[in-house]
Each structure stands twice: as structure tokens, then as C-alpha cells.
Design a binder for this molecule. Sequence first.
Ligand code: SF4
Ligand code: SF4
Length: 379
Amino acid sequence: MVQRVALTRCESYQLPVLENSLKKLLGLLGGIGEFVKNGDRVLIKINLLSGRPPEKAVTTHPSLVEAVVNLVKEAGGIPAIGDSPGEMATITGLARAYRTAGFEEVSRKTGVPLLSFEDDVMEVENSQGHLYKKFTVTKQIKDFNVIISLPKLKTHPLTYITAAVKNNFGFIPGLRKTEFHLKLPDRELLSEMLVDLLDTIKIDLVILDGIVAMEGNGPAGGVPRKVGAILASRNLVALDFVACQLIGYKNPFDIPTNRIAVERKFFLPGNMEILGERIEDLQVKDFKRIPQDVSRKIPLFLSKWLKSLLSAKPKIIDELCNRCFHCLENCPVKCVEKNKDGKLSIHYSDCIRCFCCQELCFQGAIITERPWLVKLFTA
Ligand code: SF4
Ligand code: SF4
């Protein structure tokens, strides 16, 4: 079956512009009616990594979410908005995150509820899973017969990009996500798990916010960068194949989830059709991407220390740190420590390179440091 990815230029978050662009985008796939029927209960799964203002490009832009809500309603669907942020989320913390990121306003204007994924959970099974044959996810998904995923295009130190496939991780409530980082301290294993999850929760439509993406130190501390594109597909891997090329990847197989999903036959690149704009017309070639980690290519018989010598690691930039202690509180192996002088340091011998600290640092004070040996040979 041909997997179609629609790609449209969209330069602005102004609602009328967005609504026009969205209609054009979904028109390439047959229109919203292909995905939402009268009376459908539609879960709109956003990216609410943390409560940051929309202009920081950490979360899906609220105007895009509002435009999708309006389209779903036009088609007769009954929408709700939800996600689980990366850190420990109390009810008040979640409400604050929704407010700061602009979703409380969307809810007020449209009357659409904002859901918590934190309370009720359920187990979903996937007998085909390689690492995980079941996941504990929010029970909210039981109440919906259509799921639309609305990820944000950003860099990520472990998965290189966060787009369609990675957005499913938010179905796993709050700190349960951290447990995966603890058990899977490796980008390959984490990517295997994400592909297992991909096969466990069915997404009916994914629409990627690539109007303003995040480059550099993503997914929380990077720099907003205009790409000017929105993408849509039924197939999450096909969409990620196009998304990574938009930000300059020449080889989509450099993204581990892409490679693993193709190996496991979730997607055949030869069967992809790109509708609308051409990738090369929207591509941002000098987008600041995460440098490739060479440690995957080290044979197993080589020692652990060599692998750690060649792996990127998190580094705290003290001048940017505001001592919020999010990193210290959420590190799964508790290897971030407060020193007597108040500064923070990381015990690298215990650090599992999960980069949760970087993901949760609002200040952009944690960067990914490449080892000097790798810099030497890849300069
Ligand atoms: S999360 Fe960032 S700003 Fe907060 S204490 Fe850690 S390094 Fe500093
Ligand atoms: S210091 Fe950061 S990268 Fe290392 S284990 Fe803790 S959260 Fe993960």
C-alpha cells in the first residue's frame, strides 16, 4: 500500500492562514472527512513537553491545535486535547503547563476539554513487540475512536529528531517515562521501544508542526528556527522520513526509529508518495542538528569504557543555570548533585546518557557535549 505524506508551505501561526493551509494539506489526503466522521470522539495528542510559551517552540503551537479543533468540529467530531509532560506532573503543575503553553486559551475559545493523562492508566498489549509486549498508558485513549497526533519538529539528543514517532511517548504517564530511560540507557534500545509503542497505539492521522521548529539543544533548550512547513500522513514513519530531510538529513536511516521501523516492515520507503510541495523547496540545509553518535558502530567486544569515551554526554553550563533543580529531581539514576558552592555537577560514571535532564532544562543550561576524540575525527 502506498504511504502518502502531504507537505505544505505555511509561514505563519495566524489562525486564518493556518486554517487555509491545513485545509490545503488535508485536501491532499482526501480532506478531514477521510479521518473524522460525524459523532467521532477525537483525541488530539499534542506535544506538551513542559509549560513554555509558544514562541519558545518547545510545544505544539496552540494556534495549530485550535485550527485542528475547528476542522474536527466542522467534520462533526467531538475533540479533546491531551498530553503528559516529561516531568512529575501534579494537577496544578499540569494546569500551569497548559496555561503557559497557550492551551487553556484554546480550551476557553473552543470549549474543548484539556485532559490529564496522569491519573488512570491501563495496560495495552502488543504480541509483536521486540522489547516490550505491553505498555502502561493513559486510560483516556479508551474513550476515543480517533486519535490525531500533533507533534512539534525538534532536535533530540537521543533520537536525533522528535516528530511523529517520538510523540507517542507522551501516552505513557509522567514519571513512568523516566523508568524507560533507566531501563534503556541507549539510543538504539530506546528507539526499539518507541517502535514497539508505534505498533501498540493506533494513530489515525499525524499533523506535524514544522512552521517554527527547534534546532540545536532540543527538545527544550534549543533555538526556534523557521522551517515554514506542515506535514500530514497516516503513517508516522513515512512522515518522519520527510521531516528529517526537511531539516537537512541526507539519509533518513540516520534516525534510529526510521531504520528500525523499516527493518521491522512498518514502512517501505519505496512505497512512499509525497504530495504537495517538494522537500528540496522547503529544506533548511543549515539547520543545527544533533551530531551523529559513532558509539553505535563500536563492536560489542570492545570495552565499555571505550564506548563511554565515544558517547556524547550532558554538560551543565553554570552561567545559564537558574538553580531550578528540575534536572536533579528528575534524573532517573540521581547522578546530578548539588555542590557546597550551590553549583550542580554530574557524576559521569553513573550517568546513563538518557538526556532527561537536558529535556527538562528550561534554561537551555544543559548541552550535549561530544567527546574530543569524536570531534577530532569528525571535524
Ligand atoms: S534544570 Fe537547568 S536550570 Fe534547572 S538546575 Fe538543572 S541545569 Fe540548572
Ligand atoms: S545526568 Fe542527565 S543524562 Fe545523565 S542519567 Fe541523569 S538525567 Fe540522564
